[in-house]
Design a protein around this ligand. Structure first.
Ligand code: NAD
Ligand code: LMR
Length: 339
């Protein structure tokens, strides 16, 4: 077919009726930026998720190829591809969950904030589409700088009259995934047994791992705390430098995004006790947005959990993080209010 046409592919064993495992209706999920470094493996992982019944893959380039490729996987989700701005509305209409990894990634020497100029515009356009076509969808926002793109998305939705803080979640799962991995190395155990809450935001010192609350509980030395905190805060830069100009984390990010999307869908399905960290509208601090543990449920974000007791090291880190976060949030809000 001509690549500009919308494509629908059904897998070999795919069903016509969009049913998830167990006969329950599945979720309709769109990935915006599906042909990118994160988008491609994330598309594959979402096609593997039995909670997904319909998967819309949208990008401004190369989505027909990714769609054809992913659609050959013999799992239940029906896959449709959408290419370019004229197809954005069709990509979004009827979606329950919209995952946004669209935008440029860092190169060595750049901060996430250096991506603002390009990604702010991309996120604005995509969120305007969400407000128009699927205002009730849960949005998982990955595009950097997350500390600023989430406030941008909130302002876009406010302008459109569709804002619901329960449905807008900045994805910080990769910080938790990294923290669990690095801590497991120190503890000499399986990372799947470790849980480190990571709060604050998603850039440098705003990434604040709460090592005092690690599960299973462990008393780190102050040297271990400082080394682990530094590695978790700079995990993204570690990958950017190793990739040497070829982009930033994509595979671990796709894994993290798929994990978070799965948690959102389990919450929407009514599963109890679904807790993840995310950057959300919050009253946990004086800032309007903050990353912390949240409980996900039938309406999206159901509860923002309190920070719990912090060590002195973490309290100091929190004050530094809040200062930077305040500026990043302000930048996002002003971008829309002054435009
Ligand atoms: P990439 O360049 O490989 O892919 C980005 C994709 O977005 C491309 O396919 C591009 O065509 C597409 N795109 C650009 N403009 C678009 C638009 N208007 N509509 C739809 N699609 C559009 O980049 P990547 O490595 O996949 O990273 C994407 C973003 O995710 C970057 O901003 C990166 O910094 C961010 N990121 C965030 C986290 C996190 O933890 N939240 C982790 C890793 C990367
Ligand atoms: C990450 O943490 O890997 C992402 O935010 C990408 C980056 O620029 O570091």
């Amino acid at each position: 077919r001509p690549p500009t046409l919308q494509m629908e592919h059904r897998s070999f064993l795919g069903q016509q009726n969009c049913r998830a495992k167990g006969g329950a209706p599945g979720f309709k999920v769109a990935i915006l930026g599906a042909a990118g470094g994160i988008g491609q493996p994330l598309s594959m992982l979402m096609k593997m998720n039995p909670l997904v019944s319909l998967l819309h893959l949208y990008d401004v380039v190369n989505s027909p190829g990714v769609t054809a490729d992913v659609s050959h996987m013999d799992t239940g989700a029906v896959v449709r591809g959408f290419l370019g701005q004229p197809q954005l509305e069709n990509a979004l209409t009827g979606m329950d969950l919209v995952i946004i990894p669209a935008g440029v990634p860092r190169k060595p020497g750049m901060t996430r904030d250096d991506l603002f100029k390009i990604n702010a515009g991309i996120v604005t356009t995509l969120c305007e589409g969400v407000a128009k076509c699927c205002p009730n969808a849960i949005v998982n926002l990955i595009s950097n700088p997350v500390n600023t793109t989430v406030p941008i998305a909130a302002e876009v939705f406010k302008k459109a009259g569709t804002y619901d803080p329960k449905r807008l979640l900045g994805v910080t799962t990769l910080d938790v995934v990294r923290a669990n991995t690095f801590v497991a190395e120190v503890l000499g155990i399986d990372p799947r047994e470790v849980n480190v809450p990571v709060v604050g935001g998603h850039a440098g010192i705003t990434i604040l791992p709460l090592l005092s609350q690690v599960k299973p509980s462990f008393s780190f030395t102050s040297e271990e705390i400082s080394r682990l905190t530094d590695r978790i805060q700079n995990g993204g830069t570690e990958v950017v430098e190793a990739k040497a100009g070829a982009g930033s984390a994509t595979l671990s990010m796709a894994f993290a995004a798929a994990k978070f999307a799965d948690a959102c869908m389990r919450g929407l399905s009514g599963d109890a006790g679904v807790i993840e960290c995310a950057f959300v509208a919050s009253e946990v601090t004086e800032l309007p947005f903050f990353a912390s543990k949240v409980r996900l449920g039938r309406s999206g974000l159901e509860e923002v959990c309190a920070l719990g007791p912090l060590s002195e090291y973490e309290r100091t880190g929190l004050e530094k993080a809040k200062k930077e976060l305040a500026a990043s949030i302000h930048k996002g809000v002003s971008f829309i209010r002054n435009s």
